[in-house]
Ligand binder design. Structure first.
Ligand code: 13P
Ligand code: SF4
Length: 305
């Protein structure tokens, strides 16, 4: 099958089976094209609860498929590629968090959604990059343990100075590799261009950008102006926007560094194989774990609006 035939076969199969396809913005353009709903982590989590289809295929990484299962246990949730994990999601041992809670019973534990179900189960509230600042400012506790991403945590701490944010040592290896020199070099190559950066990048790089924000905020920023833009985030955003808006002057910062290999494990052929039962993984979760993890997700949806 050529790409066009493959695309048609995916569309036919998904409508025949009544499967809803969710895809994170970091997926490649051909996968985004066949998805029913695309968006950042927050948009996908909200959609997961609202959609009526009983079978959902997640084109993204494992914690995203787990989130769908946590909020909609009655659905069959398939992860498009069983090897697509997010290394950051597993960087913290839940026992460390439990020990912290015992020592600091008055602190809130706030987990980035990029965490395992086990970590969500020992947290009070989840956040995504587009909701973290709002949610942390709304939770009642003054002291907040933010896990696992130290970069997103320090970004939130700067914007919510009334809270004491306690950080752990996690990071996204894709965004954490960005250095101030990369930004300075890109500015030399594209004088006058604006730099839009994701807060998973280190603070010294974020400080040199024109805007910092989540995947959705970066997209909204790029589309709200006519400026030349350098994208300092996973390259999926640049790939999709430069295809949709070929007349715009868009650039990707350090494209090799800023490619999440886990997100790119899903291919159009992989989607077809997952739909026809040849690959992919049906997400299973023990009910007590699911219930415990759902508290932090429900709190996220409540505080995040
Ligand atoms: P957002 O979708 O919240 O921007 O997160 C980026 C990311 O790294 C997802 O894995
Ligand atoms: Fe995880 Fe980073 Fe990849 Fe997102 S971009 S899935 S945080 S490794």
């Amino acid at each position: 099958m050529n790409q066009q035939e493959l695309k048609q076969a995916v569309l036919t199969e998904k409508s025949r089976q009544g499967v809803l396809i969710l895809a994170h913005t970091y997926q490649s353009p051909d996968v985004l094209e066949i998805a029913d709903i695309t968006g950042d982590s927050f948009a996908l989590s909200k959609a997961a609860r609202e959609v009526k289809e009983q079978r959902v295929l997640m084109c993204g990484v494992r914690f995203m498929a787990e989130t769908v299962k946590i909020v909609s246990p009655e659905k069959e949730v398939i992860l498009s590629h069983s090897g697509a994990g997010c290394p950051m999601a597993e960087q913290i041992d839940p026992r460390e968090v439990e020990a912290y809670r015992q020592e600091h019973p008055d602190h809130a534990v706030c987990a980035y959604i990029n965490t395992t179900a086990e970590l969500k189960a020992v947290s009070d509230v989840c956040v995504t990059s587009s909701s973290a600042v709002d949610i942390v400012s709304r939770i009642p506790q003054k002291d907040v343990l933010f896990l696992p991403d130290k970069n997103l945590g320090s970004y939130v701490a700067k914007r919510v100075p009334e809270k004491n944010i306690h950080l752990m040592n996690g990071f996204c290896h894709v965004h954490n590799g960005i250095r101030p020199e990369h930004i300075l070099k890109a500015r030399q190559q594209h004088p006058g261009a604006k730099v839009a950066i994701h807060p998973e990048c280190p603070a010294d790089a974020v400080a040199l950008a024109d805007m910092a924000g989540s995947t959705k905020e970066i997209i909204d920023y790029a589309l709200s102006c006519e400026d030349e833009i350098i994208f300092a985030t996973e390259r999926g955003v640049y790939d999709a926007l430069s295809l949709r808006f070929p007349h715009r002057n868009f650039h990707q910062l350090e494209p090799q560094l800023m490619t999440c290999v886990n997100m790119k494990k899903t291919t159009l052929q992989g989607v077809y194989d997952a739909l026809t039962g040849k690959s992919g993984e049906v997400i299973l979760m023990d009910e007590p774990l699911r219930r415990a993890a759902s508290v932090s997700i429900e709190n996220m949806l409540r505080y995040g609006g």
